[in-house]
Design a protein around this ligand. Structure first.
Ligand code: HEC
Length: 247
């Protein structure tokens, strides 16, 4: 019994450590947690729509093809063609950025990075918090700044949805300016909860983008568990059969 308990604790430990990873620091502030659910197909579809419409103009997702994405997310080839194919000609094309890299570098000073693996290098909570932390800053070239990524060269491309945010700073005990909070100055076309939900969908999609095979693995995982459950019954019956003369 004791051994069993120890085993259970050992199995539980890594899960606990993993869960704690959700609150990774976002620069000077704490990341807001985000619920990632790759089983939520509607959320992934909404995220894909935002990504293709608002991010692919500058960023690429060079490891993904439109038709693969459509198949994975349950979007028919016609719908992909009619609604998601702005930056390419064929559904079999890779998701390249509309803007040539050299132009982007000239305009922004840095080339917008490929976002295929961003949810793995930056973590979902970071992306979710980043997309909600742009604020107006007259001193920056784009007119925008970000509390998670200070002096970021990316403008706030979704400001029409979120509205304008401003940052309120306070002085800490050493006299240095620290962020107190962000405040919506002018409401956009979305309410804050609506905008948060859209950013959760977008983050969910970026997690899928980072590891598309995860969806397949989830499916296989369920079958494996069903198999193991059925197998357990037979194994138990067999064990009883073997031991019946001895007991
Ligand atoms: C107008 C061009 C443009 C658009 C549109 C755009 N971005 Fe960016 N993005 C940039 C640039 C430029 C950078 C590099 C910023 C830097 O390094 O200072 C960047 C950086 C980023 C980063 C940080 C990458 C890192 O270094 O870790 C993320 C995440 C990101 N963008 C996500 C998005 C998402 C999601 C969208 C769609 C909603 C989007 N971007 C739309 C230009 C753009």
């Amino acid at each position: 019994m004791k051994k069993l308990l120890i085993l259970l604790v050992m199995l539980g430990l890594p899960a606990g450590a993993f869960a704690a990873g959700g609150h990774k620091s976002c620069g000077a502030i704490e990341c807001d947690p985000v619920k990632i659910d790759l089983g939520d197909q509607a959320s992934l579809q909404r995220g894909a729509r935002i990504f293709v419409n608002y991010c692919l103009s500058c960023h690429s997702a060079g490891f993904m093809r439109y038709n693969r994405m459509g198949k994975d997310l349950g979007i028919s080839e016609e719908l992909v063609k009619d609604n998601l194919l702005f930056a390419a000609d064929k559904v079999g094309d890779l998701m390249k950025a509309v803007m040539p890299k050299d132009d982007a570098r000239r305009w922004f000073g840095v080339a917008p990075p490929d976002l295929s693996l961003i949810a793995r290098s930056r973590k979902p909570a970071w992306i979710y918090t980043y997309m909600r932390s742009f604020y107006r800053d007259g001193k920056s070239p784009s007119g925008w700044n970000n509390t998670v990524f200070p002096h970021v060269a990316m403008p706030h491309v979704l400001y029409e949805w979120q509205g304008d945010q401003r940052a309120i700073f306070k002085k800490d005990e050493h006299g240095a300016e620290v962020l107190e909070r962000l405040e919506i100055e002018r409401v956009g076309s979305m309410q804050p909860q609506e905008y948060d939900r859209a950013m959760r969908d977008l983050t969910n999609f970026l997690v899928y983008l980072g590891e598309p095979a995860k969806l397949v693995r989830y499916q296989i995982g369920i079958y494996v568990l069903i198999f193991l459950a059925v197998f357990l019954v037979f194994a138990y019956l067999l064990k009883k059969e073997y031991w019946k003369d001895i007991h």
